[in-house]
Design a protein around this ligand. Structure first.
Ligand SMILES: Cc1cc2nc3c(=O)[nH]c(=O)nc-3n(C[C@H](O)[C@H](O)[C@H](O)COP(=O)(O)O)c2cc1C
Length: 334
């Protein structure tokens, strides 16, 4: 069994990766229903939390049904990070995760996210202070290093563990790579194989088929897989991976009925959570992907992504069900 602090997360857990504007409560709930063992919020700015910026505090919302859930925060200032730990604690997550991996310029230029990979001492100091400041387990998500010539993940992981970090998720790319090239899982396996390591080491990057997840478990020996892009618009990915890991067999893709029902629920949950306007707007990227593979769907996709009112989107869902209700995704995918 794998444990994050005292939380039992099962054998080879599947973790929903933190993803900005994606890993919100409705989407996390859907992933959880479909087999995600641990879910994370998108990253939340510590500075934003302290200023009580509405957008940041809204991201702290969690549903009971999605537990265990980790709230991810980022920042590079010790005082701000400690203050945000106090704010985050009040919303009672199961885990607090520190983002030491975000590669985007506006984050990195302030020394936060992957920017901190240039200052490992500060990374360790921040983690230690946060561990001491809360009873919740602190986990870290990071990348292999700043660039190819400065990969120090073995040392970094050991030092984070030594100051009390309870699990580490490693994206197998450097900051310099951004999202280019293939994720390299070998350095992650090296961290896991370090005899001094005893906290869970989760692999991340390009787990986009059930076979890849099995490879991560069986060939690289990692403790769990963190899954990001493969789940966007396809929360059923988790159950497909789970089934394959348990049986070695593939299950059929989600049926049309599951997809249309989920699209309706997703939109409704999003509206309930963030209101009509944002709910309609921010759910678009998911539900159009739900129907990927249906031929001659463009007209309906366009309606879904251009309607500003939910009643029109729901109407389009009804039309889609009427027209494509018999579509067989299993046959289409061969
Ligand atoms: C749209 C999007 C938003 C992301 N936002 C975050 C974030 O808020 N925090 C974070 O640690 N990583 C973030 N990431 C990185 C992912 O968590 C993950 O490390 C990366 O996508 C590689 O995993 P994958 O190949 O399974 O997608 C984001 C990725 C994407 C595609």
């Amino acid at each position: 069994m794998t444990k994050i602090g005292d939380i039992d997360v099962g054998e080879f857990p599947l973790l929903l990766a933190p993803m900005e504007d994606v890993s919100d409560p409705p989407f996390r709930a859907l992933c959880k229903e479909n087999g995600a063992d641990v879910v994370y919020t998108e990253f939340i700015s510590s500075e934003g939390l302290i200023r009580d910026a509405a957008k940041s505090t809204m991201k702290l919302d969690i549903y009971e049904k999605e537990r265990p859930v980790g709230i991810q925060i980022f920042g590079a200032n010790l005082e701000s990070m400690l203050q945000s730990v106090e704010i985050v604690e009040k919303t009672k997550p199961d885990i607090i995760d520190i983002n030491f991996g975000c590669p985007v310029k506006k984050v990195v230029s302030k020394g936060a996210g992957a920017g901190i990979l240039k200052d490992v001492d500060l990374m360790v100091k921040l983690t230690e202070a946060m561990v001491k400041h809360t009873d919740l387990p602190i986990t870290v998500k990071t990348r292999l290093g700043w660039d190819h010539d400065s990969i120090k993940i073995l040392e970094v992981a050991e030092r984070l563990q030594d100051v009390g970090c309870k699990a580490i998720s490693i994206h197998g790319r450097t900051r310099a790579q951004m999202y280019k090239g293939d994720a390299d899982w070998k350095p992650i396996a090296a961290v896991k194989n370090n005899p001094r390591m005893h906290i869970p080491v989760f692999g991340n990057g390009d787990v986009n088929t059930p076979e890849r997840a099995k490879e991560m478990r069986d060939d690289y020996g990692l403790d769990g897989a963190m899954i990001g892009r493969a789940s966007i618009g396809y929360p059923w990915f988790f159950r497909e991976v789970k089934h394959y890991l348990e049986t070695g067999e593939k299950i059929a893709p989600a049926t049309f009925q599951e997809r249309i029902d989920t699209a309706r629920r997703h939109l409704q949950m999003a509206i309930d959570w963030k209101g009509e306007k944002l709910g309609v707007f921010e759910t678009r990227r998911h539900y159009t992907t739900y129907f990927k593979g249906i031929p001659h769907f463009k007209e309906y996709r366009m309606k879904m992504v251009t309607s500003d009112e939910s009643k029109d989107v729901f109407k389009t869902f009804d039309e889609v069900e009427e027209k494509f209700g018999d579509f067989n995704f299993s046959e289409a995918q061969g």
